[in-house]
Ligand binder design. Structure first.
Ligand code: GUN
Length: 296
């Protein structure tokens, strides 16, 4: 079997086009421009690239983009004061604090300072709790993007066995919650899981979010299953820097029924879902009815 390639890049372009259309309508019909504020602390090269991409995509869909680049040695008090100002700013509907933060800052404290209604990352403890109890919340962007692609592929996910490899707060745990909410039978596997390959071979849906280059090989995968590769790893091969996922593409694509590539799979969906979340937050903050299909 050669797997169907799930084209995240094309899917994300469709989501962005939909967001752009509704941003325009918000402006014309309500005089509202959705605004996203991104806070970057320090000079982490990967984070700088992500923030630049987010800024460009935000502008492209017609939203306002507010970038706050802060010194790596900013005090906790001053960073919290920046967040307080963004919470109070009516032009800002979404706030994202780029992670990781420098070590002297308490990430949990910072994340939980963001107004939950503007928490487009879905990391605030109140959004985490709402998601876990099946209530309306802001949903983390990467798992939301994965869910959109899976729903599109299957229609209904009910009854499917899903294995999520990785237990991070950003991807693994919220991904598992979303799959559970769509009536999958969900297993969260991790570095201490016994016989990980056998556990993964039980999956109709396998989500790889471990951060280890090409760890999931063909022998982890059930024939005909769907493999979602969340990994973005830069490795050096043949003297060149290459972007690879957590999945060994060639061996897995030979077994799976469908697979997301790296690059061009989950990555573009994450940014598209950030814009979708900003639009959703803007609708909710203004007491407007949000769009189905752009939320979980
Ligand atoms: N760093 C890596 N991924 C993410 C993400 O999804 N959100 C934020 N805020 N920082 C990140």
């Amino acid at each position: 079997m050669t797997a169907k390639v799930i084209d995240g890049k094309a899917f994300a372009a469709g989501v962005r086009a939909q967001v752009a259309e509704h941003v325009m309508r918000l402006k014309v019909e309500h005089g509202i421009t959705p605004g996203l504020a991104v806070v970057l602390v320090g000079q982490d090269p990967a984070s700088k690239v992500y923030v630049k991409n987010k800024h460009a995509s935000t502008i492209e869909v017609g939203m306002a983009s507010f970038e706050h680049r802060l010194d790596a040695d900013i005090s906790q008090t001053n960073l919290l004061a920046v967040i307080d100002r963004l919470n109070a700013d009516p032009a800002v509907h979404g706030i994202l604090v780029q992670l990781p933060l420098p070590k002297h800052l308490d990430s949990n404290l910072v994340i939980n300072r963001v107004d939950p209604a503007k928490d487009v990352d879905g990391f605030h403890i109140s959004n985490v709790g709402l998601l876990g109890t099946g209530q309306k919340s802001m949903v983390p962007c990467t798992p939301l993007g994965c869910l959109m692609m899976l729903r599109d592929h299957y229609g209904s996910l009910a009854g499917l066995n899903a294995v999520v490899v990785g237990r991070s707060n950003i991807v693994g745990k919220p991904m598992a919650q979303l799959l559970l909410r769509d009536s999958c039978t969900v297993t969260i596997a991790h570095s201490r899981t016994k016989d990980l390959a056998a556990v993964c071979r039980g999956a109709d849906i396998l989500v790889a979010a471990v951060g280890r280059p090409e760890m999931i090989t063909g022998d982890y995968v059930k024939s005909g299953s769907t493999v979602i590769d969340v990994g973005i790893n830069r490795i050096e091969r043949d003297g060149k820097v290459k972007l690879v996922g957590d999945v060994e593409y060639a061996t897995v694509a030979a077994v799976a029924g469908a697979i997301t590539p790296v690059p061009g799979g989950v990555g573009p969906m994450t940014v598209a879902c950030l814009l979708a979340n900003t639009l959703t937050a803007c609708y909710r903050l203004n007491g407007l009815v949000e769009l189905k299909g752009l939320t979980a």
